[in-house]
Design a binder for this molecule. Structure first.
Ligand SMILES: *[C@@H]1O[C@H](CO)[C@@H](O)[C@H](O)[C@H]1NC(C)=O
Length: 463
C-alpha cells in the first residue's frame, strides 16, 4: 500500500516538539513557552504552557525565515514554482483554488518524503506526527455513523461542498504536475490539516496567503464565556505581526494579554465563529455559544407560492430582526398587490415594483422590502408560512426535541457524537427562539384592535 497510509496509521503518538523548539531558537526565534498538555483541558491535545510572566511580554517570536509561506517554500520545490506560475497566468485555475493550495501541496509531499526539506526538517517531522490526531477530529474524517449524527445541521450540508472544493483544487494540481504520484485522499488530508493550522498572512503586496507559524500554531482557542459579550476575547495571548518593510522581513509575535503563572495555558482566539465553522475547520466546539451569541445559523427553505419562481435558502439566526426578514419574504408572496400572476413576465414586473429582481435571485432578494400588507388575513398567512418553514426545518435533523438533545448532553456520549449533538442543539435552539417570536406575532396579530402594531415589539418593519 502507498506510504501515505503509513502516517495516517502510525502517527498516533503526539510529537513533543522538543526538536522544533530547539530549531526555532536556532532560527532566531525567542521561545518563552513550553509545549504540553494543558491541566485545565483533558481532551484538548497539546497546547502552549507559559513561563511565569507579566502582561505584554513576548512569549514567542518567529522570524519570517522560519515561517512556512510562499516566499520560503518556492525555492525548495520546482513543483511549487510551476504551480505558482500557473496560478499567476491562468485566472480560471486561480479562481478554482484557495490560498492554501501551495502549502497543502508542499505538506502533501513532505509528509511522505524520506527526508523532509532540511530547512524546516524539525518542524515538518513534528507536523507529520500531528496530522492523524488533528484530522480525525474533523467531520470529513468521521466514521459514517458519526457523520449521520450531524444530519440536518449546516455542517452536514457543508461536508460535500468541502469535498468538492478540495477535489477541484486537486484537479489543478494534477493538470500542472501530472508526474505527481499522490492521490486525492493524500491531498485532502494535507489540505484539511493546513486549514486547521494555518494563519492568514498579508505580506506587503496585499495578497493574503496561508502560512504556518511554527509553535504558535499549537495555541488552543479560548473565548471565556464571561467575557464574550464584552467584545473582549479573554485570550491569554494575541498574535501580532511586525513588518520590517526595508529589510523585506517580518516577525510573528505571540504576546501575553494578561499576567501568566508558570504552566498556565496560553490561548488565543480564532475569532467569533459558529460552532459549525469551528468544527468543520478545527474539529472542536464551544458548548455554551448558543446562550451568549447569535452566531448559529439555520437554513430555511423558502419557496414562493408560485412554484416556478426560484425558492431560496434563507440563513436565519436569532439576532434581533433576522426573522422579520424571513417574514418579509413570505409577506411578499402573500401580498395581493405583489403576488405573481400566471404570466411570468407580469409576475416579474410586479415583483420588480416591490424591489425584487427575480433574475438576480437568490442573492439579490430584497428581503427587507416592505410590500405593504393590506389585509390582516394575508399577514397571518405569511406568518403561518414562516412557521411551516420552521417546522419543516426541525424535521430535517437527526435526534429528537431540543429538550432531548439537552438531556443527551448531560449524559455519556462518544466524543464525536457529543460534538454533533452540540451542533444540533445549537440549531434547534435557534429554531425554537424564532418559533417563539412567531407564536408571539400570531397572538398579537389575532387581536382585533390594533393588529397593525403587532410587530412593534422588537421590529422596525414598516407596514
Ligand atoms: C487554465 O486552468 C484551467 C483549470 O485548471 C484549465 O482547465 C485550463 O486548461 C487552463 N488553461 C490554460 C491555457 O492552461
Amino acid at each position: 500500500m502507498r506510504s501515505w497510509r503509513l502516517w495516517l496509521t502510525l502517527g498516533l503518538a503526539d510529537a513533543d516538539y522538543a526538536s522544533t523548539l530547539k530549531w526555532l531558537r536556532e532560527c532566531g526565534g525567542r521561545v518563552g513557552v513550553a509545549v504540553g498538555r494543558p491541566q485545565t483541558c483533558s481532551d484538548c491535545g497539546l497546547g502552549l504552557l507559559a513561563e511565569k510572566g507579566i502582561a505584554g511580554r513576548v512569549l514567542l517570536s518567529v522570524p519570517s525565515r522560519c515561517v512556512l509561506f510562499e516566499d520560503n517554500l518556492l525555492p525548495e520545490s520546482q513543483d511549487l514554482q510551476a504551480l505558482a506560475e500557473h496560478l499567476r497566468t491562468n485566472l480560471t485555475a486561480k479562481a478554482a483554488t484557495s490560498n492554501k493550495l501551495l502549502l497543502a501541496v508542499f505538506l502533501m509531499q513532505q509528509l511522505v518524503a524520506p527526508q523532509p526539506v532540511k530547512r524546516f526538517a524539525a518542524y515538518l517531522t513534528d507536523l507529520r506526527s500531528s496530522v492523524q490526531r488533528t484530522i480525525q477530529a474533523i467531520p470529513l474524517y468521521w466514521a459514517a455513523e458519526d457523520q449521520e449524527e450531524l444530519r440536518g445541521t449546516s455542517a452536514a450540508s457543508e461536508l460535500p461542498k468541502m469535498r468538492r472544493a478540495i477535489a477541484k483544487e486537486f484537479e489543478v494540481v494534477s493538470l500542472v504536475l501530472p508526474h505527481l504520484k499522490h492521490q486525492l485522499l493524500e491531498f485532502q488530508a494535507a489540505y484539511v490539516f493546513v486549514a486547521s493550522r494555518s494563519f492568514t498572512l498579508d505580506v506587503s503586496n496585499g495578497v493574503a496567503q496561508a502560512a504556518l507559524f511554527p509553535v504558535i500554531d499549537l495555541a488552543n482557542h479560548l473565548w471565556p464565556k464571561d467575557t464574550y459579550d464584552q467584545h473582549d476575547s479573554g485570550e491569554a495571548a494575541a498574535v501580532e505581526f511586525q513588518h520590517r518593510p526595508k529589510a523585506g522581513t517580518f516577525e510573528v509575535l505571540l504576546r501575553s494579554q494578561q499576567p501568566l503563572g508558570a504552566g498556565d495555558e496560553v490561548t488565543v482566539s480564532y475569532g467569533p465563529f459558529s460552532n459549525s465553522h469551528m468544527l468543520l475547520r478545527y474539529g472542536f466546539v464551544t458548548p455554551w455559544l448558543h446562550t451568549r451569541t447569535c452566531l448559529t445559523k439555520v437554513k430555511l427553505q423558502l419557496q414562493a407560492e408560485d412554484a416556478r419562481a426560484p425558492g431560496i435558502l434563507f440563513a436565519l439566526d436569532k439576532c434581533p430582526g433576522t426573522w422579520h426578514q424571513a417574514l418579509a419574504f413570505f409577506r411578499l408572496w402573500r401580498c395581493r398587490r405583489c403576488r405573481p400572476s400566471d404570466a411570468d413576465a407580469e409576475a416579474k414586473r410586479r415583483l420588480a415594483q416591490c424591489g425584487v429582481e427575480v433574475e438576480k435571485a437568490p442573492k439579490a432578494w430584497r428581503l427587507d422590502v416592505s410590500c405593504g400588507l393590506l389585509e390582516r388575513d394575508e399577514e397571518m398567512n405569511a406568518v403561518v408560512d414562516l412557521e411551516l418553514a420552521l417546522q419543516a426545518a426541525v424535521r430535517r435533523y437527526a435526534g429528537g426535541s431540543l429538550k432531548k438533545e439537552e438531556r443527551l448532553l448531560g449524559g455519556k456520549l462518544r466524543s464525536h457524537q457529543r460534538v454533533a449533538v452540540v451542533l444540533r442543539r445549537d440549531e434547534k435552539h435557534t429554531l425554537q427562539a424564532v418559533q417563539e417570536e412567531v407564536s408571539g406575532a400570531k397572538v398579537r396579530l389575532s387581536r382585533l384592535a390594533g393588529w397593525r402594531s403587532y410587530l412593534d415589539e422588537g421590529s422596525k418593519d414598516e407596514l
